[in-house]
Design a protein around this ligand. Structure first.
Ligand code: SAM
Length: 281
């Protein structure tokens, strides 16, 4: 079953949370010259026009990127300003917000000749769209199962590995499958930086993933959650976005708390951000 299409959700609060974390992690990794292999296990289309019929249906970007974009000239957090100036780069006129960049774009920014990038997408239509995106020649697009690809690729030839696992969680079993593949990759590359996104739903299904990682013996698992609304309110579905970073770069917690303080003010309402160690060092 592959019915999920990210275009319906592009630029929502979870994308903001995920891509700000990804940007901050990468910013730190790029301070050293040694080569990095990036693997994006669930890449999506790569770029999302906000006027597409899919995105217009739910308009989730109005509770995500849009309020940040509108305030971009008056912001005080330098990281948020930097991140939004990156978002400007994909706007055809450089002024109005008409596109939102997905993880393939964020990962391909700042890619150096020594680095490698593999973008995996299983959905044939989404993969075809990804294939059309203008990305650097080092970006290899793989049509196939991202978790299998991750397992087949480790250990990697470069000294460093950075992975984004961002599934659609259409099947309940995906929470356990993600944990199994992440643990397999970490057994092969102990120092890999692994980012895993998960939704917080009223069912609490994400606990399968958290419990499996907590019990695994892997250390240094940083967790952050961006809540948009209280669970159990009138609106069903995802009420918060979660991010795990295994082997987080130094200073990630402080930088993310700083940036999210301003983001939650802009998102308003019941939005709140929290961080903790799921498993400490
Ligand atoms: N990472 C993207 C971003 O941040 O812009 C969004 C990805 S979206 C949440 C999940 C994507 O995974 C969808 O495009 C879906 O078609 C794809 N997908 C679902 N199952 C997959 C699998 N087993 N392997 C690779 N891609 C898969």
């Amino acid at each position: 079953m592959l019915s999920y299409q990210h275009a319906y959700h592009a630029g929502n609060f979870a994308d903001v949370h995920k891509h700000l974390t990804l940007y901050t992690v990468k910013d730190y990794l790029l301070r050293k010259k040694s080569a990095i292999t990036y693997i994006d296990t669930h890449a999506g289309r790569g770029l999302y026009p906000l006027a597409s019929k899919e995105t217009l249906k739910l308009q989730e970007h109005r509770e995500g990127i849009e309020p940040l974009w509108k305030a971009r000239k008056t912001l005080s957090n330098p990281l948020l300003c930097e991140w939004l100036s990156q978002v400007t780069l994909v706007q055809p006129d450089g002024i109005s917000l008409s596109c939102y960049p997905g993880s393939p774009w964020w990962l391909s920014q700042g890619l150096r000749s020594q680095d490698a990038l593999r973008l995996c997408e299983l959905h044939p239509g989404e993969h075809a769209e990804l294939f059309e995106q203008a990305l650097p020649p080092e970006a290899v697009r793989v049509h196939g199962d991202g978790l299998k690809e991750l397992e087949a690729r480790v250990p990697v030839a470069t000294p460093r590995l950075c992975v984004l696992i961002d599934p659609s969680f259409e099947r309940k079993t995906e929470y356990q499958e993600v944990a199994d593949s992440a643990l397999y990759a970490l057994a092969k590359v102990r120092h890999a930086v692994l980012m895993i996104w998960y939704p917080l739903l009223p069912s609490g299904a994400h606990h399968t993933l958290l419990d499996a990682l907590s019990a695994s013996g892997v250390r240094k698992i940083w967790q952050s959650e961006l809540q948009l609304r209280e669970p159990g309110g009138e609106r069903h579905g995802m009420y918060a976005s979660g991010m795990l970073v295994v082997n987080p770069p130094w200073g990630l917690d402080e930088r993310m708390r700083g940036v999210m303080k301003e983001v939650t003010t802009l998102l308003g309402g019941e939005s709140r951000f929290s961080t903790r160690w799921l498993v400490e060092e």
